[in-house]
Design a protein around this ligand. Structure first.
Ligand code: ZN
Length: 400
């Protein structure tokens, strides 16, 4: 496939949810509906049957899932706030193009081939990542999911209803899982390892364990002009200390920690905040190191809160253990693609959730700058075409 063929399909999807500040493609919004409509149109054009699972995800099938041992590919449409174009959508566009490649070479699948768009992978609207895949596999309780709220206080259930979807159907999809034989997710690389190896495509070895923790710092809201320093209970100080502690604890042990979101209440420039919430994202090569980072931050922050005369409560919003992808599948794919690089990643994916239940693999497409989760995220169209070809080769190997 050449870059022009890739672009012809890509350019139809990429304007959806795009703004001057990057992508704002959140689940159960107008942009999401437009993406789903695009998905239906592409499936219709290829004679693939579309259905929605019990988890808000959307599927297109070449063959029938009920025949079992199906090979599923795909990714997600949703973005982080002000995200890039490629994280997620690349895997879905490439999946339809891979089907085209198989079709024109006369491939006849002996196993059903499916394309999926998982919902709310980034947690950009409801705060919890991989909602669609976790619901499908039973890793997320449907009642918990229905009551997740966005920044405006709208619950996931309300958002689904506003999109004419039925939240009461949410739940584990055991029949679907039982009929899957493999899952392969193609994704833009979120680092520069492939660029360093001068390779357009690679295969994932493992996903670092990672998680999100919500820190709630409580103090006393008061007048910024009249409250003398000695009388303050300022939770912003404790939160600021936590941001610095996160960096230090992660650096010491070779992990990664980020505080990318901070909310202050009441959030006025002339008021000492009463409450500050901060979200910690931490990742590490193994679970022991990840635990060390979070425990280290916690003990230092509890100490600091005492000095600031504030209180801190810490709640894990999500925790994902180390995921090692199916070694047999990984090696088979790497060999099939001519010995492409095999690399780990610090990013979470629906593939990590599926890997607990189904032999799963990931393909990465080169990202020359390594920028991701930001508007500068970019893959060369030639590399995207190479990715779609690689995915077609994998689907042929597994399903035809
Ligand atoms: Zn992604």
């Amino acid at each position: 496939m050449d870059a022009a063929e890739f672009r012809a399909l890509w350019d139809g999807l990429s304007p959806i949810g795009r703004s001057k500040r990057g992508y704002e493609r959140y689940s159960w919004t107008d942009a999401d509906q437009q993406c789903r409509n695009w998905f239906r149109t592409q499936a219709d054009k290829r004679g693939m049957e579309v259905e929605t699972g019990r988890s808000g995800n959307i599927f297109a099938w070449w063959g029938s899932l009920s025949d079992g041992d199906a090979v599923l590919t795909g990714s997600h449409f949703d973005s982080v706030p002000h995200g890039g174009a490629f994280d997620g959508p690349l895997g879905i566009v490439s999946a339809f193009l891979a089907i085209d490649v198989l079709r024109r070479t006369g491939a006849k699948p002996r196993r059903p081939i499916g394309i999926v768009a998982f919902t709310e992978e980034e947690g950009g609207r409801f705060g919890v990542p991989c909602v669609g895949s976790r619901l499908m596999t039973g890793a997320l309780d449907p009642d918990v999911a229905r009551n997740l709220t966005d920044r405006d206080g709208i619950t996931l259930a309300e958002a689904m209803e506003a999109s004419a979807a039925d939240p009461s159907i949410l739940g584990v999809d055991r029949d679907r899982l039982a009929n899957l034989g493999a899952f392969v997710e193609l994704h833009i690389e979120q680092g520069r390892a492939l660029d360093a190896e001068d390779a357009p495509v690679g295969v994932a070895s493992a996903i670092w364990p990672h998680g999100r923790w919500r820190f709630t710092f409580t103090g006393e809201a008061n007048h910024a002009g009249t409250t003398v320093m000695a009388d303050r209970h300022d939770p912003m100080l404790t939160a600021a200390f936590m941001v610095l502690a996160a960096r230090k604890e992660a650096r010491i042990v070779g992990g990664i920690a980020t505080v990318g979101r901070l909310d202050a209440e009441p959030g006025a420039a002339n008021v000492i905040p009463g409450t500050v919430r901060a979200w910690l994202d931490a990742r590490a090569p193994d679970e022991a190191v990840l635990g060390q980072i979070v425990d280290g931050i916690e003990s230092k922050v509890v100490d600091r809160a005492e000095r600031d005369r504030t209180r801190v409560a810490i709640e894990a919003e999500s925790e994902t253990p180390l995921v090692e992808f199916d070694a047999g599948l990984r090696d088979r794919i790497a060999e099939l693609l001519g010995g492409v690089p095999i690399l780990p990643t610090g990013a979470g994916h629906d593939a990590a959730v599926l890997a607990q239940h189904v032999p799963t693999a990931m393909l990465f497409v080169r990202n020359r700058t390594g920028v991701s989760h930001a508007p500068g995220e970019k893959a060369d169209y030639e590399d995207c075409a190479a990715g779609a070809d690689a995915l077609a080769a994998v689907l042929r190997e597994l399903a035809c």
